[in-house]
Design a protein around this ligand. Sequence first.
Ligand SMILES: NC(=O)c1ccc[n+]([C@@H]2O[C@H](COP(=O)([O-])OP(=O)(O)OC[C@H]3O[C@@H](n4cnc5c(N)ncnc54)[C@H](OP(=O)(O)O)[C@@H]3O)[C@@H](O)[C@H]2O)c1
Length: 376
Amino acid sequence: MNIALLGHGVVGSGVTSILKEEKVTDLAVSKILVARKESIKDDRFSLDFEEIINDESIDVIVECMGGIEPAHSYVKRAIEAGKHVISANKKMLANHMELFELAKSRGVKLLVEASCGGGIPCISNLQRIARNDPIFSFEGILNGTSNFILSSIFEKDLGFKEVLKKAQELGYAEQDPSDDIKGYDVCYKSVILSYFAFSKIIDPKDVFTLGIDTLSDEDIAYARKNNKTIKLIGKAGYESDRFYIYVMPHFVDERSLFGSVDSNYNIFQSSSKYLGKASFIGQGAGSYPTGHSIVQDLLDLQQKKYTEERPAFRGLVENEREGIFYIRCRDHSFDELKEEMITADSFLTRECSLRKIQECMKNCDDETMFIGEMDL
Ligand SMILES: NC(=O)c1ccc[n+]([C@@H]2O[C@H](COP(=O)([O-])OP(=O)(O)OC[C@H]3O[C@@H](n4cnc5c(N)ncnc54)[C@H](OP(=O)(O)O)[C@@H]3O)[C@@H](O)[C@H]2O)c1
């Protein structure tokens, strides 16, 4: 099989290294697109996408360049040209879920294991489970950067800003870490996972998304005092037949399964009718783990070992799921939900729905507000 890589950064170089080290001779990377002249290493490298798309000998295009454009246009053109596509780019995919239908209509595969959970095989397992076992819900710690920040805060007793700076120095967090710490990255992954779990196409704008960017010492102290730690978790599923999908910090017991997934590790857990709960833990990012997922997709393509996708439909998000929430807010927008005061600004709510929290948030002017769900 003849492969072209779009991008040769952290992920792309992981793919070429694995194929080279494991001597996978029948998967040949014959073209590699990069943005800058300085990135050109040998005669497979090119700065010109046209050269790649017009090469009829290329069977598969692996997109690991990131960003929405031009990644989306390149993937679309590759599918239209009858080439299989593998992508690690959750942001682009979640914003262009129509690409899956396009691939089906053109009789090519769009495989995206590397887009969710890095090296963890969440999508392939989710697809296998969903074949004959209705999935009720899933939840996951799906962002390595925020998990590294949160576990450093709790293990090493450091402040949020200090840890973020360290994560940037170590290359775990980008210079603009918004997608990671504001929850958008988990939002994109939850949209993609909902497609495979529930055959639902969800607009990322419909996902109730909160991050850890406003986390304060006060919130951390409350978690510590109650033997809890804080994790950023994406959840989706059905409650009384109504669909919910949201990303939110959670106060979880230190000794629970989710509480013990630390550093850049991720966990994905599905809950289905016959299998019950099934959990997958592993490295959620990095060159080799993510490269591994792409190589798995390449091997599945080569051996035609993939699960056929089921028809998918636009999904309505109702967010009727109920919980108890920790809220720190300096104005009165959440007054009707207050049940137990913790400090002058923070309190636990009575049991209420996500939709109710969203409604109250519309009246809130406090940009430093922090909300986390209590895992009871
Ligand atoms: N890093 C991870 O651990 C990880 C894990 C899972 C998924 N992902 C996803 O994988 C994708 C790639 O991430 P990465 O960390 O590998 O990124 P990266 O290290 O920044 O590499 C990006 C690569 O794409 C090339 N590129 C970017 N824009 C381009 C353009 N317009 N035209 C041609 N080439 C272009 C860059 O070229 P130059 O080399 O010339 O700059 C570089 O080789 C992203 O969608 C990311 O979300 C990453």
